[in-house]
Design a protein around this ligand. Structure first.
Ligand code: GUN
Length: 285
């Protein structure tokens, strides 16, 4: 079998086209959505992600502001900046790029963001709302994956889904979204025994482990759907996912490429979350 490509770039472009119209309409009424992105330090992947987020916001017409702070920024200073953004009526969405430098308490920072402006959906209040299926927004990467699944038109209900990775950013919320779509969900992690056998049972595999090209074709059930969240730049400059694309695409029915799969969708959903947060704050639904 040669897997069909799940084209994240094309799907993201379609989402952004729709958003452009919405943003134009809002701007016409003086209600232009605003996004503030905060980057502390110079971790190269984070710099690249933040630059791409800036570009996407510009493309959609969202007023974006990126605050770049030095690695040694004190936690109190960062909290003060977030407080300013919480109070700023022009700002509808606040995103603090993770990971933060080690001297900063990530949880404390996330909890300082106004939940109404938390476009990542990382604040414990929003995580709780999401758990009961009642949040305005959902974390960008899992939501991007869920939209991809919707778009390929393969039913999820009743299927076996395996999520590789249990992070708060991807694995846990991804499992929850698949559960909401009535999949039977298993979360695997570094301590999972017989990983290959577990993955082999899956109709849907979402890989978010951060180990480049770990999931090879022999892990997969014929015809399964593979969503690859991994993004690692190898020493030779190649960008690869957690899935070994070539061998996996010989077994799977559908597969996302890296790059051009989950990455663009994550950013498109961030733009959508920002517009939705802006609408919610203005009482537009
Ligand atoms: N770092 C890696 N992914 C993300 C994300 O989705 N949001 C934030 N804030 N930081 C990240």
């Amino acid at each position: 079998m040669t897997a069909k490509l799940i084209d994240g770039r094309a799907m993201a472009a379609e989402i952004k086209e729709g958003l452009k119209k919405k943003v134009l309409e809002m701007s016409g009424k003086g209600q232009n959505p605003g996004l503030a992105v905060v980057l502390v330090g110079s971790y190269p992947p984070s710099q690249a992600y933040v630059n791409m987020k800036e570009r996407d916001a510009q493309e959609v017409g969202i007023a974006s502001r990126t605050i770049r702070l030095p690695e040694e920024t004190a936690q109190e200073e960062l909290l003060g900046i977030i407080d300013g953004l919480n109070q700023d009526p022009q700002v509808d969405g606040i995103l603090v790029q993770l990971p933060l430098p080690r001297h900063i308490d990530e949880e404390r920072v996330i909890e300082s963001i106004d939940p109404a402006k938390d476009v990542d959906c990382f604040h414990p209040y929003n995580v709780g709302r999401m758990m009961i299926g009642d949040s305005v927004v959902v974390p960008c990467t899992p939501m991007g994956c869920a939209v991809m699944l919707d778009n390929i038109g393969e039913p999820v209900e009743g299927k076996r889904a395996v999520v590789l990775g249990r992070s708060n950013i991807v694995g846990k919320p991804m499992a929850l979204l698949l559960l909401q779509k009535n999949a039977t969900v298993t979360i695997c992690h570094s301590r999972t025994r017989d990983l290959k056998q577990v993955v082999k049972e899956a109709d849907i595999v979402v890989a978010a482990i951060g180990v480049p090209e770990m999931i090879t074709g022999d892990y997969l059930k014929s015809g399964c759907i593979v969503i690859d969240v991994g993004q690692t730049k190898l020493p030779d400059g190649r960008m690869v996912g957690d899935v070994h694309y070539q061998s996996a695409s010989e077994v799977a029915g559908w597969i996302t490429p890296v790059p051009g799969g989950v990455g663009p969708m994550t950013r498109a959903i961030l733009m959508r979350n920002t517009v939705e947060a802006a609408q919610a704050r203005r009482g537009i639904r």
